[in-house]
Each structure stands twice: as structure tokens, then as C-alpha cells.
Write a protein that binds this ligand. Structure first.
Ligand code: PLP
Length: 401
């Protein structure tokens, strides 16, 4: 029995069975490559679901972690934490934000945002304004409040009752949002591009129109940039493509280059609503994770990562579009920068499984959209290698091999 198989058997026996896991036992990673416990190498176009934007084990992140681990890993948020302060400064300097709350995941960042908009609205208008408009096919996390915010029945199924106060509208239609605004509405929460929902890019001008509606009705605009922020679309934050700014933004995934961290960034005017005692997190922004965050942000800002993302994103997109011309079962190629989706008329699970067997990691959202989210440091050579593997699989599908 291979080394992998014995780990798989042990995992199936005692680890919560909440993921349909592929038969890969991860051992190490470097750049765009993941190695399993038996030494097999995989080209990683999943990147921990858009977490490993700087590649696996970026040396500057590793050395920041090693250094900080030997100095101070954790202390309470009762005290001031230099690494956390520095990370907050970097995020505010490069965004619309004035103040950052740190936590440990995307769901927690969204929880903080949901609490903030309710608290601000209660403080400002009294208790009647609490409703938040979100989009169908959105994804905001797996806690009870964030599945309530998530406009997908399959994610809510079995966990009723949902937290009240959410209204779901089709993504990309401004009339539907306008119609959904009522006397109880306090905020609109959207992903600038829907990730888990199938790499859905809204029509040109949509986000601007949503911003205008928020201004008109004095609603807060929350952008969930957990997947598309931090360079993934070619700008530091996805909202920067549209020349608008949200009032609140949530980050997580790639923020610390691998280690778990989440952040809610807000304008001062709204951030004051969460004063001392209103919210908190034991680990949020602790010295170890914040040090990794500072290191990861410096690499992202200083090492031409965004330029590479734009260039490689253009290249990959063009190549995927060429595959679309070749294969009738590919109906759409969409996305921005290095978050690209390929919609198929057929189920994508088989392609993902075959790719894995042949040493390529990709995944599939909503059943039929292949998702490509490689590290932002990916090279043209690695993209070409990925395309060879993918093209072969697609050609076998077509000829029924
Ligand atoms: C991944 C993701 C989340 C949830 O993040 P977790 O760290 O898994 O809690 C929320 N929103 C979006 C858009 C995501 O992609």
C-alpha cells in the first residue's frame, strides 16, 4: 500500500467528513508546485483556493514567520501589537480604508462587516434598519450568519432557520437591487466578481450603479474581496477597476501568504460604530500571523507581482479562448487577471479528476465551470504546461477516448 493510501484511510476514519477530498496527500510546496507524500509533483492552478498567491512557501513569508515565531507568537489584543499595527497601516495606505479589524478567516471578516453595518445603522437611525441585500450565487462563508448572507440554497440546506435580515437579488441587475431596497435596508454586500458562484463578472457599470444607489439611499456598500482582492484581478483590490470605493471591505485568503488571517477594512465614519467591547477575536491579528501578513503584503506591493498577474492573466485567457474555439462543449471563458473560469456544457468533475491523475490541480465550481486561480507568480512556461495537460484531456473527451 502506498504511503498516500494509508494516510487517506486514517483521514477517512477520524477527520470530520465535511469535504469531498481528492486522493492527494499533501507534503510540501514550492512556487506553483505541490508535492505529495509519495513524491509526486503537481502543477498547482488552484493555489489553496486563491490563498497561495505568492506561491507555496514564499521565502520572505517563511523567514518572517520563523523570525516572529522565536520572538513572540501570541499575546492578547488587550495590548498593542506592532506587526498588527504595521499591517493595518499598509492596508489603509493602499485602499479607501481608515481602520482594520483583524480576525482569522473570511467568514469572520464578513461577520465583522455584518455586525458593523447593523451597529452603525442602529446607532445612526435607530433599530429599524438592519436588512442587507446580497446576491444570488454569492458566497460569504460557512458560519450561520454568513450562510444566511450567501444566496445559495444548497449551502443553507439543513441549517434552518437562517438569520433574518437578508434579501437576495440576481447578480448584475441594477433594477433588481433598486426594487429590493426598502425602509429596513442598511447595506448591500457583493463580491466584485463572484468566485464560488462560477466566476461571474458583472456587466460594465454595474458596481458604479450600485455605489450610486447606496449614496442615494444612505446604505453602506460592503465588498467581499476575500477571493478577488490582494492582486488576483491585476489590481491590488478588484474595486479599483471600477473607479469606485466601498465603505467596508473584507479580506482573508491570500492576506498572509498562507497562514490564516482575515481583515475587515472600513472608513472611519463607520468603523467608530465598533468601539471597545463590541467585537473581538482572541487570535485576530496576533504577532505571528500579522508578521506573515506584513511580509506577504510587502512582496505583493514591491516585487512586480501585479504586473506578472496582468501579463500572465492576458496570456492564459487568450489560450483558454483558443481552446473554446476548438471544443464545442466550452461555452464561455470569463474572469479578470488570474481568476478565470471556463464554462462547459458538460460536468467538470471528471476533467478535474483526470487532471489530478496527470499532475495538474484545478477545480470546478457550480458543477460546470472550471476555475483557474494559479499563484500570481506563475510563469508562461507553467501556463503552457498546464495547457498541454488540459488540451489533451479535452481532446480525449471530444473523441470519446
Ligand atoms: C473563501 C471565501 C469566503 C470564506 O472564507 P473562509 O476563510 O473559508 O471563511 C468568503 N467569501 C468569499 C468570496 C470567499 O471566496
Amino acid at each position: 500500500m502506498s504511503h498516500s493510501q494509508s494516510w487517506i484511510d486514517r483521514g477517512l476514519a477520524h477527520v470530520a467528513n465535511t469535504y469531498g477530498r481528492y486522493p492527494l496527500v499533501a507534503a510540501s510546496g514550492e512556487g506553483c508546485w505541490l508535492t505529495d507524500i509519495d513524491g509526486k509533483k503537481y502543477l498547482d492552478f488552484l493555489a489553496g483556493v486563491a490563498v497561495n498567491n505568492l506561491g507555496h512557501c514564499h521565502p520572505k513569508v517563511v523567514s518572517a514567520l520563523q523570525d516572529q515565531a522565536g520572538r513572540l507568537m501570541h499575546c492578547s489584543n488587550y495590548f498593542h501589537i506592532p506587526q498588527q499595527i504595521e499591517l493595518a497601516e499598509i492596508l489603509c495606505k493602499h485602499s479607501f480604508g481608515d481602520r482594520v479589524f483583524f480576525c482569522n478567516s473570511g467568514a469572520e471578516a464578513n461577520e465583522a462587516a455584518l455586525k458593523l453595518v447593523r451597529k452603525y445603522s442602529a446607532d445612526t437611525y435607530g433599530h429599524g434598519r438592519f436588512e442587507i441585500i446580497t446576491a444570488q450565487n454569492s458566497f460569504h462563508g460557512r458560519t450561520l450568519a454568513t450562510i444566511s448572507a450567501t444566496g445559495q440554497e444548497k449551502i443553507q440546506a439543513g441549517f434552518a432557520p437562517m438569520m433574518p435580515g437578508f434579501k437576495y437579488v440576481p447578480f448584475g441587475d441594477i433594477q433588481d437591487i433598486r426594487a429590493a431596497i426598502g425602509p429596513h435596508t442598511c447595506a448591500i454586500m457583493l463580491e466584485p466578481i463572484q468566485g464560488e458562484g462560477g466566476i461571474n463578472v458583472p456587466p460594465e457599470g454595474y458596481l458604479q450603479a450600485v455605489r450610486d444607489l447606496c449614496d442615494q439611499h444612505k446604505l453602506l456598500l460592503i465588498f467581499d474581496e476575500i477571493q478577488v482582492g490582494l492582486g488576483r484581478t491585476g489590481t491590488l483590490f478588484a474595486y479599483q477597476h471600477d473607479n469606485i470605493e466601498p465603505d467596508v471591505m473584507t479580506l482573508a485568503k491570500a492576506l498572509a501568504g498562507g497562514p490564516p488571517i482575515g481583515a475587515m477594512v472600513a472608513r472611519e465614519k463607520y468603523a467608530v460604530a465598533l468601539g471597545p467591547g463590541t467585537h473581538g477575536s482572541t487570535f485576530g491579528g496576533n504577532p505571528l500571523l500579522a508578521a506573515a501578513g506584513v511580509a506577504a503584503m510587502k512582496v505583493l506591493l514591491e516585487d512586480s507581482i501585479l504586473d506578472n498577474c496582468i501579463a500572465m492573466g492576458d496570456y492564459l485567457r487568450t489560450q483558454l479562448e483558443q481552446l473554446q474555439e476548438q471544443y464545442p462543449f466550452i461555452t464561455h471563458v470569463r474572469g479578470r487577471g488570474l481568476i478565470l473560469g471556463m464554462e462547459l456544457t458538460i460536468d467538470g468533475a471528471g476533467i478535474v479528476k483526470t487532471a489530478l491523475e496527470r499532475g495538474l490541480l484545478i477545480n470546478c465550481t457550480v458543477g460546470n465551470v472550471l476555475r483557474f486561480v494559479p499563484p500570481l507568480i506563475v510563469t508562461r512556461k507553467e501556463i503552457d504546461l498546464m495547457l498541454v495537460i488540459l488540451d489533451k484531456i479535452l481532446s480525449e473527451l471530444e473523441t470519446g477516448e
